[in-house]
Design a protein around this ligand. Sequence first.
Ligand SMILES: Cc1cc2nc3c(=O)[nH]c(=O)nc-3n(C[C@H](O)[C@H](O)[C@H](O)COP(=O)(O)O)c2cc1C
Length: 211
Amino acid sequence: MKVLAINGSPHIHGNTSTGIELVKEELALHGIELEKFDLGLQVIRGCTACNHCAKTKSGKCVFDDDPVNEGIDKIAQADAVLLASPVHYSGITGTMKSFLDRAFFATSRAPVNPFRHKVAAAFVCVRRAGGLPAFQSLLHYLTYAEMILATGSYWPVLYGAAPGEVLKDQEGTAVLKEISRNMAWILKNMKSGTTPPPQKEPKPSMNFIRE
Ligand SMILES: Cc1cc2nc3c(=O)[nH]c(=O)nc-3n(C[C@H](O)[C@H](O)[C@H](O)COP(=O)(O)O)c2cc1C
């Protein structure tokens, strides 16, 4: 079994990466592999709302010159996904938002969403404040795609500024370990489970403007 971790930090070896390594170590104890997918300093354009993915239902973004479509394939092939971002201005990084907007929108327009019912978790790294809105922002993608959340006994906001400093956040790292163990447990149960997944509910697309 394999977990794909998306690192939304510009720092390949920063605090977010350190947190991902902790999850990797914990998952390895349960025989589960983790691959890190670094967005790093790559230039990822935001969603242009061109609706090409909605028209073609291809599950891919029309722009194929950055890591979005590669990331879609990697998540689709993994058993679980971990979204991890540093906090920038009380939100996720711009690069992470651009990646997630396009990856999750394009796949949600496919006849069968390849992310649906995969196991998922998220955490953020922060120097001082703004962790919760950033964490919630990551949850918006996972819950929209009907993913199965692995959680811990506190909201996973890890504190640190200089690279590696998050390791000193003993409570935060303990919560990350809980999340990793819960993720491993859910994955193993799902693999051995025999109950078929529920059907999709036909859903009208509504806004709230009425003539
Ligand atoms: C542009 C920018 C904005 C930031 N905004 C915040 C913020 O709103 N709140 C905060 O506590 N830390 C903020 N930070 C600090 C980072 O969240 C913190 O250093 C984090 O550990 C970096 O993780 P990384 O090493 O994985 O990049 C910001 C850093 C940058 C570069």
